[in-house]
Design a protein around this ligand. Structure first.
Ligand SMILES: C[S@@+](CC[C@H](N)C(=O)[O-])C[C@H]1O[C@@H](n2cnc3c(N)ncnc32)[C@H](O)[C@@H]1O
Length: 385
């Protein structure tokens, strides 16, 4: 495919997505139907579509229309691309630019790339960091690896990755985080990944796990374990007994294989109180994912006030259910990958108000940055008698 044909395809797919179809499904369906598209074409079309979804509102303002074509024009114009070379109308290229499209100038200020109803809650949550975070949300997210300290040091993992053409740089935020600077698409097939030297994990999650009071011999429960990213990061840091639970058992499916690769043992429990009490119960609760919206940009446009209300109720319910599983002197951890105070600060304040025997030991919000996703982690303890 020519660069122009890739843009034309992205425009078509964006129109389907804007009409309501999920981005992943739309891209997968197109790839399946389009035998002529090679892996580079598929990657390029995907990048165009995701760039457009990240910047949907600002790009529409710059491009002059809210449909796929307008948004794509906005994305390319913002990136400084010469539109005349792509919008030629020749072959599979998009139609030439109209006079109105050529002359369009975005009115100021260019809108933020989140739903309108979220602008004030987000501004209140992020305070001075609001403008920076809105800028970062428009960019691509980094690919970050966690070095598995059970099997490698940062240096030996970097050397192993390099053998497969993957270049990385160590991130200051965490002692285990490597940002991939070259060869990100090769990670899944690399020997370093297959042998469990590294896992994919954002740097703020890694730092949050590193801040936990983990020590040898502790019993740890990951109450909302999902694919197991957090419990694997915990198990990599110390010897102990590690348990994983999830209301949706199917989400634990990959965990045994990942644990085996990492050289650790994690026992999955259908019933979380089976092995209670635990020294540490980690609740990585379902959330808006606003700290990771660069990675799943169509999720932000689907997110409604009703979703937030329902999530808040579930988040409080999970904390209340997990608290009795914690040993008398143990730690309850509440975490989200959200930037919204309603899902973070407000939830733990609400919890200690309704559970007066508990106190907040520490809470930390990780900003959204070029090197890491937004993340929130809070440690709670029972008050001493
Ligand atoms: C943010 S994800 C967890 C991600 C995971 N910790 C990781 O690092 O890969 C939240 C998980 O909570 C689970 N969940 C939802 N409701 C729950 C509940 N009431 N009790 C326990 N888990 C729940 C979901 O199935 C989902 O897997």
């Amino acid at each position: 495919m020519t660069p122009a044909a890739r843009v034309a395809t992205a425009i078509e797919l964006l129109d389907v997505i804007f009409a309501g179809d999920p981005a992943e499904k739309t891209l997968t369906g197109w790839a399946r139907r389009s035998r002529f598209a090679g892996s580079k074409d598929r990657a390029a079309v995907r990048d165009h579509v995701f760039d457009a979804l990240r910047q949907r509102k600002s790009a529409a303002a710059v491009g002059g229309a809210e449909d796929g074509r307008g948004v794509m024009i906005g994305v390319l114009r913002t990136a400084g691309v010469d539109l005349e070379t792509l919008f030629t109308g020749e072959g599979y290229a998009p139609a030439s630019l109209s006079e109105a499209e050529q002359a369009h100038i975005a009115s100021e200020p260019v809108p933020f790339d989140i739903p309108d109803w979220l602008v004030e809650p987000m501004r209140e949550s992020l305070e001075d960091g609001f403008a920076d975070a809105m800028g970062v949300l428009r960019k691509r997210a980094p690919v970050t690896l966690r070095v598995n300290l059970r099997k490698a040091s940062t240096g030996s993992a970097q050397a192993a990755l390099l053998k497969d053409g993957i270049e990385t740089e160590a991130l200051a935020l965490s002692d285990t985080a490597l940002k991939v600077t070259e060869g990100a698409r090769k990670v899944a097939n690399s020997a370093a990944f297959k042998n469990g030297l590294v896992e994919l994990q954002d740097a703020s999650s890694q730092t949050a796990v590193a801040s936990l009071p983990l020590g040898s011999g502790l019993k740890v429960m990951d109450y909302c374990a999902g694919g197991g990213g957090k419990i694997l990061a915990m198990a990599a840091r110390c010897e102990g007994r590690f348990f994983a639970h999830d209301a949706n058992v199917g989400r634990l499916r990959d965990l045994p294989e990942r644990a085996k690769r990492a050289g650790v043992t994690v026992q999955t429990l259908h019933d979380a109180d089976q092995a209670a009490p635990y020294d540490l119960v980690f609740c990585d609760v379902p959330c808006s994912g606003s700290g990771t919206w660069r990675r799943t940009p169509d999720a932000k446009w689907r997110f409604t006030p009703e979703d937030l209300t329902a999530l808040n109720a579930l988040q409080s319910e999970i904390l209340a259910k997990a608290a009795p599983l914690v040993a008398q002197d143990g730690t309850l951890v509440y975490a989200t990958c959200s930037l919204l105070a309603a899902e973070n600060r407000d939830r733990i304040h609400d919890f200690v108000k309704t559970h007066p025997d508990w106190t907040i030991e520490e809470a930390r919000q990780f900003d959204l940055s070029d090197d890491s996703d937004g993340f929130f982690v809070a440690r709670l303890r029972r008050k001493s008698a």
